[in-house]
Design a protein around this ligand. Structure first.
Ligand SMILES: [Zn+2]
Length: 419
């Protein structure tokens, strides 16, 4: 017998961690005689969901075993001990499904990645498919719990090795030798990713929150992740090490769309022409307007995207690009928060200057924009089409550009990742 357990929304903004509860459940359920099949799942949902706590992650476990009151009791015990119950916005939800999940759940997963799903829809689906539920408060976590079980990892998956801290260390400074992280990164790339941000020199594997996660290493091969973990020099006891399969780093949240189809909260790939020269604004953000014939869209590279902004700033009106990112409704209208950009066509950068006089060879004088040129001495006039065109080198080349790891969203796929 196969039993699926999905869970979500056990965290608050202050702490807790759904991955910790998931890892703990695997071990405690084994004591009840249930056995994990394959890898546990760590599933990220729509990054624009307004209800999300930190990363909007849900967990699903596929187990060999049966549903029983003892199983439900054990899950409730772990949640009541470790979830941030009573914190604002923490509404844990657990879903139990016996047998293989129905096709409907796979479609529900895609909706949860692309849209915002109402709690009512989630409860209706759970009832229709005969899922058993355990939830607290309004049970907002039921949405992610269902979606994690339905997750379609055939569309792309990566792995994350997560090391959890012993409880007496929660909230204290993490002791990981940064040098060992750089060494590990060098030895395991590109089979691991986003371990460090070379632009800022920052270690990316450890969070800064008081949560139970010591570190997480992301990659495409579980064996490489184990090796990578062994390379780290860690100055504290590790309680549990668990490898999750996940939809992180797969770009599944992005879909090609026309500007006229865009709505607040979607993530999209929009191909069009740059309408105006990008401009740096207060706070160091860079904005430009894009048009695809169905409408106009503001594209934004915010300050945390660092050197990526300098790439965007080199675009010129007429350049053709595909913009990847999340769409938000802002005072200036729909704005796409750039995650990466594909520069597909570059216009020639030119400046015009007056031609030389055909008689005396001196530089002629402009008579105003569009009015042509004259040489007073020789009394010669030429039309504006006689202008001398000077081609300037473009500082940008065709291809893909992405934000640095420190600004990357969980679902965004790094350019050098082969999956
Ligand atoms: Zn002349």
């Amino acid at each position: 017998m196969v039993l699926w357990i999905g869970l979500d929304d056990t965290d608050s903004k202050k702490g807790g961690c759904t991955t910790y509860i998931g890892a703990l459940l695997i071990r405690r359920l084994e004591r009840l005689g249930l056995r994990l099949i394959g890898f546990p799942r760590l599933i990220r949902l729509n990054p624009n969901c307004p209800f999300k706590t930190r990363g909007n992650a849900a967990i699903a476990l596929k187990l060999q075993g049966e549903y029983s009151p003892e199983v439900k009791e054990l899950v409730a015990e772990v949640i009541e001990e470790y979830a941030e119950l009573g914190e604002e916005g923490t509404e844990p939800g657990v879903v139990f499904i016996e047998g293989e999940p129905p096709e409907e759940l796979r479609r529900f997963y895609w909706r949860a990645v692309w849209e915002i799903i109402s709690l009512e829809d989630a409860f209706k689906l759970a009832e229709r498919i005969g899922a058993k539920l355990l939830y607290y408060e309004n049970g907002r976590g039921i949405v992610g719990a269902l979606a994690a079980i339905g997750a379609d990892l055939a569309a792309g998956k990566t792995y994350e090795l997560i090391a959890h801290r012993r409880r007496d260390y929660w909230g204290t400074i993490r002791h990981i030798d940064p040098k060992s992280v750089f060494e590990m990164d060098k030895a395991t790339r590109p089979y691991t990713f986003d371990n460090v941000d070379y632009e800022s020199g920052e270690i990316r594997i450890a969070p800064h929150t008081p949560c139970p996660v010591l570190l997480g290493i992301r990659g495409v091969d579980p064996e490489v992740l184990k090796k990578a973990f062994r390379m780290l020099r860690i100055g504290e006891p590790v309680e549990m090490v668990t490898i999750f399969e996940t939809n992180q780093g797969t770009d599944v949240h992005l879909r090609p769309a026309k500007i006229a189809q865009l709505r607040d909260g979607m993530s999209a790939i929009v191909t069009g022409k740059v309408l105006e020269k990008p401009r740096f604004e207060v706070g160091g953000h860079v904005f430009f307007k894009l048009s695809d014939g169905t409408g106009e869209l503001t594209c934004a590279a915010y300050e945390p995207t660092k050197s990526f902004r300098n790439v965007v700033a080199k675009l010129l009106p007429g350049d053709e690009v595909a913009a990847y990112g999340a769409v938000k409704l802002k005072p200036q209208g729909l704005t796409l928060n750039l995650e990466k950009i594909h520069v597909k066509k570059l216009v020639e950068a030119v400046v015009k200057r007056p031609p030389k006089c055909p008689k005396c060879g001196k530089r002629m004088e402009s008579m105003g924009a569009g009015k042509g040129y004259r040489c007073k001495k020789c009394r010669i006039r030429l039309g504006s089409e006689a202008a001398e065109i000077i081609k300037l080198p473009r500082e940008l080349t065709l291809g893909f550009y992405e934000v640095p790891p420190s600004a990357r969203r969980h679902l965004a796929k790094p350019l050098n990742l082969q999956i």
